[in-house]
Design a protein around this ligand. Structure first.
Ligand code: MOS
Length: 765
């Protein structure tokens, strides 16, 4: 319903955030340590209740009828047989009163409705059923008779722009004008270059495949709706569902305690939630509506395919003189972001840059934000081109990158970064990987050749307001933390507990967390954009500090000591001057009188005139079987600059997962559409290949360069989820080139593709 990344850029309801001053942490006791997850037992034992597990008494089960065609007009729908099927309690279509709800909004325009009479991709919603059991609901779908008038379809963005191409929406197939950026004089830059490389690269479309499929359980109490949703942001779902159903925000309560992964596909409300709410209203029963895995493949979003033309010029010493980057992608049948050019304009120092991003409609499932949307694709092209350039200049690829490390964000008005760790990532990463030694090693004289590659990346958003957190210290010294943030599997709750423990000197097991419930917890944006730590932890810290200040003030009165002589440690208030003077926290009269001390923390604004970015350099070693085209990734190393590491364990988990997703982009993942029917061919786990344990390299290392950044925010941490997956695929492709001298321009590097290239067929670089 909303534009990709809208909230990353501060387009969330703009609240003036009060400035929060807080000194940087010195030596920390809990923050930064490899603390196991506070909810680890619940997660691994299966006792955690995810929305997919959730059940209410008297609940109905709903299912959605979806278009089998890539492009068609729905001429008529006959639901009479379905309505008579066993267990069926309600059937809705676009004709049912109350379903005329606009959907897929972009730039003030709606591109569809809840049930449109025009379907624009396989999987578009046509009707829905609520029945006593899930099987009855799916059976009833088969009894709905739909007459479609099939329309010509187009699957290729390039072809969608040709004259006479099927029009997917009114007017042009372009989603807005191409976005253009230019600085300096690119022609002069190329003229001044000693070496120029040029090439066209493409990435395949990757499907969202979180462990927990998308869906909700909904229940009405009068005109108040409660939604249990698997989501990255309960407040986003609240806003969108309330708008769709024309309800006050306060009447929509969204709860999302546990959720089984989202990676960007759960940053907005799904049609399924609103459809479930309508069915629940019609039947006066709670309704559960979860998509099947096949429906997720067709309808829950993807990282769009991109074609990128890149040209780079440099002086003999490696100084970049010009970059041109032209990208073509598709938001799918409905608008969403498909731009990839940001890295080309910001990752390296270069005075002359020109970029262009085209976003075009096609008759295929819609794109959704996917872990660093646009950036892994951009890195695939830019970082392979940089590798080509290094070869042409006779320079080491690490040296070429080091030569052009940026000091300011050129893409954002030459503002300085709060910290820039790209050089450290490249240097430390190369050292720990054994880059120099690996480069010298023989490639192997049998059919299997060895190679190594490097690529770098940055992620450009550092979080921000609004976020509010409440911390309560109870009379027995236990603590309750209240935040609206979702823990999307990254360890958010654990890090929140660490921050509170750090400030209040209480053990982690004395801290309980209430989170992700619009009815009972405090507002924050969705967990995404690698911004949960940088957006929410400063608010957590501010709330805990307020409680500490109240407690120390009360203790100072009792102990007759100045407040600034007092510190909190292990459940005691202790004098810094004379550690023999101490008072149990639970014995502080001010706490006992009130029974609870409350702190409210808000996220202050980001530093003005500076840019917050995370940096990364990834190193890969591969073995290529020149007979079969098989690529085995034997080693990966990620060197990351996220400033402070809040928790070594969760940090490492994030980066390990990022590397595996990068492996998927580079090696295995590809949505295949049938050019004759427009339908997805590999709509199952078997044929759509996400990496499994057997694909993960035997050695996968994580290195943090641990920069001190006192400006990014009051937690000192920049975030890590997305930068951890940006350069991986490009590093693997560069390693393949190092091994066999073949440039694989198109992802993924599959055996058939590589065998063709090795045999001299197909596109070569
Ligand atoms: Mo991420 S794509 O911001 O969840």
């Amino acid at each position: 319903m909303t534009d990709l990344l809208y909230w990353l850029q501060g387009a969330v309801p703009e609240t003036p955030a009060p400035k929060v001053e807080m000194p940087p942490w010195g030596e920390t006791k809990v923050v930064g340590k490899p603390v196991p997850r506070v909810d680890a037992y619940e997660r691994v034992s299966g006792s955690a209740v995810y929305p997919l597990d959730f059940a209410l008494p008297d609940m109905l089960h709903a299912a959605i009828l979806r278009s089998p065609h890539a492009h068609a007009v729905v001429k008529s729908i006959d639901t009479s047989a379905a309505e008579k099927m066993p267990g069926v309690r309600a059937v809705i279509t676009g004709k049912t009163p109350g379903t005329d709800i606009p959907w897929y909004r972009s730039r003030g325009k709606s591109y569809s409705k809840l049930f449109d009479d025009r379907v624009r991709h396989e999987g578009d919603e046509v009707a829905a059923v609520a029945a006593e059991t899930r099987a009855q609901a799916y059976d009833a779908l088969k009894a709905i008779r739909v007459t479609y008038e099939e329309l010509p379809f187009v699957l290729d963005p390039q072809k969608a722009l040709e004259a006479g191409a099927p029009a997917i929406h009114e007017g042009t197939n372009r989603y807005g004008d191409p976005s253009k950026y230019e600085r300096g004089d690119v022609a002069a830059g190329f003229a001044a270059a000693d070496a120029v490389v040029e090439g066209t690269y493409s990435t395949a479309c990757e499907i969202h495949a979180p462990m927990e499929v998308h869906g909700s359980v909904v229940k009405w109490d009068g005109n108040r709706l409660t939604v249990w949703d698997t989501t990255q942001g309960v407040f986003v779902v609240q806003q969108q569902v309330a708008a769709a159903l024309k309800l006050p925000l306060a009447n929509v309560r969204v709860i999302g305690h546990y959720m089984g992964g989202g990676f960007g596909s759960k940053l907005e409300a799904g049609k399924y939630t609103v459809i479930a709410a309508l069915l629940a209203k019609m039947t006066a029963r709670p309704v559960k509506l979860f998509l099947s895995r096949e429906e997720v493949f067709l309808n829950a979003g993807n990282r769009p395919a991109n074609t990128m033309k890149v040209k780079i010029g440099a002086k003999k010493d490696g100084t970049l003189t010009a970059i041109e980057f032209l990208s073509m992608g598709s938001g799918g049948a409905y608008p969403n972001g498909a731009d990839t050019s940001f890295l080309a304009a910001d990752l390296y120092t270069c005075p002359n840059v020109k970029t262009l991003d085209e976003n075009v409609a096609i008759n295929a499932g819609r794109a959704r934000a996917m872990r660093a949307p646009g950036f892994p694709q951009g890195a695939w092209a830019l970082e392979q081109a940089m590798d080509e350039l290094a070869k042409k200049l006779g320079m080491d690829p690490v040296e070429l990158r080091l030569k052009n490390v940026p000091k300011v964000s050129q893409r954002r008005g030459n503002q300085p970064y709060t910290s820039t760790g790209l050089a450290e990532c490249l240097r430390d990463g190369a050292k720990e990987f054994g880059w120099a030694e690996a480069k010298k090693k023989a490639k192997g004289d049998g059919a299997v050749k060895r190679g190594v590659g490097v690529a770098s990346g940055l992620w450009g958003y550092g979080g921000g307001p609004p976020a509010t957190v409440v911390v309560k210290l109870f009379a027995d010294g236990s603590v309750n933390l209240n935040s609206g943030a979702a823990d999307i599997g990254t360890g958010t709750k654990t890090i929140m507990a660490q921050v509170v423990a750090e400030e209040l000197g209480v053990p982690l097991d004395r801290i309980q967390i209430e989170h992700a419930d619009t009815g009972t917890t405090q507002y924050t944006g969705p967990s995404g954009g690698s911004k949960t730590v940088p957006s929410d932890m400063p608010a957590v810290r501010a709330a805990a500090v307020e409680v500490r200040e109240k407690l120390l003030k009360a203790a100072a009165e009792e102990m007759k000591l100045p407040v600034d002589d007092l510190a909190l440690s292990n459940g005691e208030v202790v004098s810094k001057q004379d550690p023999s003077k101490k008072l149990l926290v639970t014995a502080v009269p001010g706490l006992q009188r009130q029974q609870v001390l409350v702190g409210v923390g808000t996220r202050g604004p980001n530093v003005e005139g500076k840019v917050i970015s995370m940096f990364a350099a990834h190193f890969a070693e591969v073995e290529v079987n020149t007979k079969t085209g098989e690529v085995t990734v034997t080693r990966l190393l990620a060197a990351q600059d996220s400033a402070r590491v809040m928790n070594r364990l969760t940090f490492e988990c994030q980066v390990q997962g990022g590397l595996v997703m990068g492996l998927g982009l580079g090696r295995t993942e590809e949505r295949v559409l049938d050019r004759n029917t427009g339908k997805m061919c590999n709509v199952n786990w078997h044929d759509y290949k996400i990496p499994t344990a057997l694909d993960v390299p035997a050695e996968q290392k994580v290195h943090s360069v641990d920069l001190v950044d006192t400006e990014c925010n009051t937690a000192g941490a920049k975030g890590v989820g997305e930068p951890a997956t940006i350069p991986t695929a490009a590093a693997i492709a560069n390693a393949v080139h190092d091994a066999v001298g073949i440039r694989v321009h198109d992802s993924p590097v599959t055996p058939p593709r590589l065998v063709a290239l090795l045999a001299g067929r197909g596109k070569k670089g």
